[in-house]
Design a protein around this ligand. Structure first.
Ligand code: NDP
Length: 253
């Protein structure tokens, strides 16, 4: 028996990066995982097949977040997948992980770029939580992925950091609201974490980024997945509304 045997989970943006690592980790410990993605069918399929090879259960759900009808489409797929496999649409664990960055000078950021970042990073998590609550039993778990950039300045990512600041407010206020139901809501803030970005294939750049962490390396997706797995476990029942720094000490100054 794993820690999450009998539980169901939705991890948004789990075709790649730390979302994928979180999906694999939860499935390895027994959860049935909805692997959400938007464009990369091959990567999503690979996440599901990796889970299955390891003896776990998962299914893929495609839905673009940040566009009208996004959450409706997401939950059509999630509920269908859950019903087919368990006979019921019950979601115990939600990880709002999908996100998009800016990478634009503040002077060059357009209203459309700004709106897109907020639609994907802040609005979609809010309405995903709102919708998930219809099928989440008491004692459920919600984790939202924020960013160390809510604590460290990066002028090319002002809109992104603002959106992640909003994500942290989700945890604080929903935690209060959902406490009576025993549902915990927390924020996890990763520092620089290896994903598919080609920048991680450049040793000199990686070395520079590693110096930002007190522990002297960049984060691996599994570093963050382990923190999320703890927060959605029974062991973390007394933690809610928290901001968890999962940056390897990158915010220590
Ligand atoms: P990746 O860039 O590796 O993967 C992003 C995932 O989100 C993919 O599964 C992608 O789907 C999905 N996604 C992106 N945009 C949308 C959208 N509009 N609708 C639906 N799905 C979408 O992610 P990371 O592992 O780098 O980041 C995960 C989270 O961590 C994000 O919220 C990010 O902001 C945050 N973060 C990342 C840091 C880092 O250094 N990597 C640092 C701090 C925070 P598809 O594969 O189909 O494109």
């Amino acid at each position: 028996m794993g820690r999450f045997t009998g539980k169901t989970a939705l991890v948004t943006g789990s075709s790649r990066g730390m979302g994928r690592a979180t999906a694999l980790r939860l499935a390895r410990e027994g959860a049935l995982v909805a692997v959400h993605y938007t464009s990369d069918d091959v990567a999503a399929k690979d996440t599901v097949e990796t889970v299955e090879r390891e003896g776990g259960r998962a299914f893929a759900v495609r839905a673009e977040l940040g566009v009208p009808g996004d959450v409706h489409e997401l939950f059509l797929g999630v509920e269908r997948g859950l019903k087919e496999r368990t006979g019921a649409a019950v979601l115990d664990i939600l990880v709002n992980n999908a996100g998009t960055m800016g990478g634009v000078e503040p002077e060059a950021t357009t209203p459309d770029q700004f709106d897109r970042i907020f639609a994907v990073n802040a609005k979609a998590p809010f309405f995903t939580i709102q919708r998930a609550l219809r099928i989440m039993p008491d004692g459920g778990r919600i984790v939202n992925i924020s960013s160390g950039l809510t604590r460290v300045a990066n002028p090319q990512e002002i809109a992104y950091a603002m959106s992640k600041g909003a994500v942290e407010q989700l945890a604080r206020h929903f935690a209060k609201h959902l406490g009576p139901r025993g549902i915990t809501v927390n924020s996890v803030a990763p520092g620089i974490t290896r994903n598919g970005n080609p920048v991680f294939d450049m040793p000199q750049v990686v070395e520079q980024m590693a110096r930002l962490s007190a522990l002297g390396r960049v984060g691996e997706p599994e570093d963050v997945a382990d923190v999320v797995a703890f927060l959605v476990s029974e062991e973390a029942r007394w933690i809610t509304g928290a901001f968890v720094d999962a940056s390897g000490g990158s915010l220590l100054g």
